[in-house]
Every structure is written in C-alpha cells, then in structure tokens.
Design a protein around this ligand. Structure first.
Ligand SMILES: NC(=O)c1ccc[n+]([C@@H]2O[C@H](COP(=O)([O-])OP(=O)(O)OC[C@H]3O[C@@H](n4cnc5c(N)ncnc54)[C@H](O)[C@@H]3O)[C@@H](O)[C@H]2O)c1
Length: 462
C-alpha cells in the first residue's frame, strides 16, 4: 500500500528504491517466515521418508463408502467432486435415503449460492450409487468405512469387507479414536488396511490424517497420498496412537482450558484471548460446536485407563447439566433458537464458581498472555512427544495438521513453527514456570526430552 502511495508522490526511481526497501523489510517479518515455512511444510508433508518415488501407487477408479451418516456423506462428496464414482452402502433403506438427501441438499445449496452449476450438480449426483448389498461394492478399488465408532461394528464391517472385496482393494477406516492395527487384524490382509481420518465437515475441511498401521503396505500409503491430492486434501501421515496427531494434541489444549477456568478465567475470556492470537475459534466455542459430550465420553474412558491424569471437572459438570453445546441449545454459552451467537451464561458462571469453592481454589486474575502461552505451549509439548515417539516423521507435519484442521492462524506458521520463533529456550522456561503452578499438571509441563535436547543444542523444531 505504501509503495502504491509512493508511486503518486515520488519520482519513479526513488519510488522503486523505496519499494525495494519495503520489500526487504517485509521479508524479515515473522509472518513472511511463517508463510514460507508453510509453503515448504505442505510439500514436505506429502513425502514419506521410507516411501520413495519407486513405489507405484495402485489405480483408484471406483470408490465405496460404508455408512451414509455425517462423515460418510461428506467423504463421498469429495470423490464425486473429483469425478470418481462412489457407491455408498448402508444397512437400512431409511438411513440410506437420509444420507442421500443430505448430499443432495448440500449440493443444492451450492447451486443456490451460485457456487455450482446445475449441470455439474447433475453430473456429480449421477456418479453416486446407493446400495444395501456388499456384492455391489466388491469391485471398488478403495473402500472407506465411516460407521459408528464402536469396535464391534468395525469388526463386523471389516470381516465382511475381507470376504467380499477384490484382491488389492484398499480398506480404509475413518475412525477418530480406535486402534487401526486392531481393525486391520480383523482381516486376512492387514497390509491393505489404512486409516483415512477426515475432519468434519468432510467435504470442506482440508485436512486428511493418513493413519499408517504397523502392517500397512508402502504402495497403499503412496496410493492414499496420491488420491488425497486428487480430492484436494492436505494429507499428513500419522502413526497409530490415541487421537493420532491432531486430537492427541488438542486433548492437552482442552485440559489447559479447563485449568484456566478453575483458576479464575471465564470461557469468554479464554476464547477471546486465543481468538485474538488468531485461532478461528476458542476452545469453549469449539466444544459447543463439536458437542461437549464427545470429550465427556473420552474422559470417562481416561478416568479408567489413566486414573492419575488430571482434568478439571468443570466440563463433566457442564455435561451433567445436559449442556452439550449448540445441538442442545446450551453449552459453555447460551444460544438463542436458530442462532449460533455465543452468549455468556450465568448458569455456567455459577457452576464454575461453586466448583472453585468446592476445590478450595481462590480465583486470580489471569492475563491473556498466560492464556495464550498455556494453550499454545501445551500443543507444542505434546507435539514434541509425538515427533519423539515417531508418530509423525517431522515437526512441520504437526504444523500442517493445525493449520488445515484446527484453525491455527496461518500467519503464525503452526504451533511448532511458532515455538521456534519464540525461541525454544524461552518456551521451555515458560513450561517450567507452569509446572510450579499447583493447580496445573506439573508432570505434563516437564519439557519433552526432544524439546530439552533442542534447547541444549541451540536448535529448532524445523
Ligand atoms: N463426526 C465427526 O466429526 C467425525 C470426524 C472424524 C471421524 N469421525 C468418525 O467417522 C465415523 C462415522 O461418524 P459419523 O459422525 O458420520 O456417525 P453417524 O452416526 O453420523 O453415521 C454413521 C452411519 O453409519 C451407519 N452404520 C452403522 N452401522 C453400519 C454398518 N454395519 N454398515 C453400514 N452402515 C452402518 C449408520 O446407519 C449411520 O448412518 C466414526 O468412526 C467417527 O469416529 C467422525
């Protein structure tokens, strides 16, 4: 803008010299460095260290999707948009009809908004075949399962797929929490099984976590990475672990959000602080959108599996009040019928205050800076452990996950790049400070060994 203005004020050569100066200055900004990082990170994400260009992908000309619910419908649309025929399978006609109607409605709304031409809409819908019979999908090259999130149901489906699918077909699961290796073991062809974790709404969100099982074949990975490009997703490979990359990190972030409430912040203060930092949505608004009952179910499992993991009870109390979020008209915030505006809730405020009293916590004023640091650095510390565990092959993959799936501000380059820019020594020092807070989780805040090592060597994640 300044350069354009100079064009009207200065002599031609002087304005050019000035423009050069402005450009050089901009090149040194953290924003510029972050964006260049993303450019490289996106390309790096599509490369898997031990899968070279000599590995030939399998052909994918026909796709099948199992389950026509929220995810199955969105997943199907990705392939229809790319001109790839999809057969979608359900157990009941009713569910099939409902799923198809949702897909049509989605496309119709795009036509209405002028985003899609009528003839394109017709072409896409013509590529979709509904069915109730497994025989109709036997010749698909890739089948993606998106049924209920229960191991028993997955078992049933994968045993059936193993029986009917042609040899060489890729069997993918969209599971968000289940062990892909266990799913693969339901078949006699675990080398053909892989996780394809789409994010909701699946036809919109760019991120695709490709979950590599212990036995997943290299050409299966190469195929899924290639097909991801075709359907315009940013694919990032994750090993098998609870939550994969994105949700494993977000759990720590949500835990911090809970501790911040207990210590004196309000949901609106936390959300505002992190939104000002640049996140598309703060943790409490996000919970209300996704459904607070999902996190509740995960925590109930955690209380059994990891009884010494510390959580704020406020989120459980909220769910006990039936406040699951937008879908129940109330969550961390109040909602007016038909509207999505988050209105601060008196009831939630009272619940949190009572909880603090019960816990003997005297509320203190918490700065926006502390909120941002605790939320973002929790992603960083868990991220470092993910790289250390070999779940991700490089830190920049985590940045891609957060930029394309979790609304992390693009111009900050992702959580790991942000930590690099803040200086890992400073990041680790902040973590040690948080570890001394009796209301937080001291064990979690011990800097991950990888982080400590990089600090000692004066290096960065990227
Ligand atoms: N909703 C999300 O935000 C989200 C995000 C990522 C991954 N996932 C995962 O995607 C999967 C599906 O989730 P969803 O939200 O679409 O659920 P959903 O309840 O909306 O849809 C599930 C569909 O599967 C059908 N179904 C159940 N058993 C079946 C079977 N044996 N054969 C064929 N169809 C069957 C049901 O009739 C239903 O239509 C789950 O594994 C979930 O963890 C969900």
């Amino acid at each position: 803008m300044d350069a354009v203005e100079n064009a009207t004020k200065l002599k031609f050569d002087d304005a050019l010299a000035k423009e050069r100066e402005i450009f050089i200055n901009l090149m040194q900004t953290p924003e510029c460095k972050a964006l260049r990082h993303i450019f490289a990170a996106e390309r790096a994400a599509s490369k898997i260290p031990d899968v070279g260009s000599d590995v030939k992908p399998r052909a994918v000309n026909k796709v099948a999707v199992i389950g026509a619910g929220t995810m199955g419908g969105g997943i199907s649309m990705n392939f229809l948009n790319a001109g790839i025929p999809v057969t979608i399978l359900e157990t009941k006609q009713e569910a099939l009809d409902r799923g198809l109607a949702t897909i049509r409605k989605n496309y119709e709304s795009q036509v209405k908004r002028g985003k899609l031409k009528q003839d394109k809409y017709e072409q896409r819908v013509a590529l979709l075949t509904p069915t109730l019979k497994y025989e109709d999908i036997a010749d698909a090259d890739l089948v993606i399962e998106a049924v209920f999130e229960e191991m028993g149901v997955k078992e049933q489906v994968f045993k059936k797929l193993d029986e009917v699918m042609k040899p060489g077909a890729i069997l993918a699961s969209n599971t968000s929490t289940l062990d892909v290796d266990k799913i693969a073991a339901f078949t006699k062809r675990p080398q053909d099984v892989v996780g394809m974790h789409f994010f909701s709404p699946a036809n919109v969100m760019k991120l695709l976590e490709v979950v590599r099982g212990a036995k997943t074949a290299k050409d299966v990975l190469a195929t899924v990475m290639a097909i991801a490009k075709k359907i315009r997703k940013t694919a990032v490979v994750s090993g098998v672990c609870d939550g994969f990359i994105g949700n494993r990190m977000i759990e720590q972030y949500s835990r911090q959000a809970g501790f911040l409430l207990e210590e004196g912040a309000t949901p609106q203060q936390v959300d505002k602080a992190i939104e000002k930092f640049g996140f598309a949505m703060g943790p409490f608004r996000m919970g209300d959108l996704a459904g607070n009952d999902i996190g509740w179910a995960i925590r109930k499992r955690r209380y059994v599996e990891k009884p010494d993991m510390k959580y704020s009870k406020t989120a459980d109390l909220l769910c006990e009040m039936g406040r699951y979020g937008q879908k129940t008209g109330a969550g961390w915030y109040d909602y007016q019928p038909g509207k999505r505006d988050a209105i601060p809730s008196k009831l939630v405020e009272e619940m949190v205050e009572k909880h603090r009293k019960d816990q003997g916590i005297t509320p203190r004023k918490i700065s926006d800076q502390e909120i941002v640091e605790r939320l973002v650095y929790s992603l960083v510390n868990e991220g470092a452990r993910i790289v250390e565990d070999g779940i991700a092959s490089k830190a920049s993959d985590l940045d891609m996950v957060y930029l394309t799936g979790y609304g992390f501000p693009i111009w900050r380059g992702g959580p790991m790049k942000y930590a690099d820019q803040m200086g890992l020594f400073n990041v680790a020092e902040s973590m040690k400070r948080f570890a001394r807070n009796p209301n937080d989780d001291a064990k979690f805040w011990q800097p991950a060994p990888l982080l400590a090592k990089l600090v000692a060597e004066g290096k960065t994640f990227n």
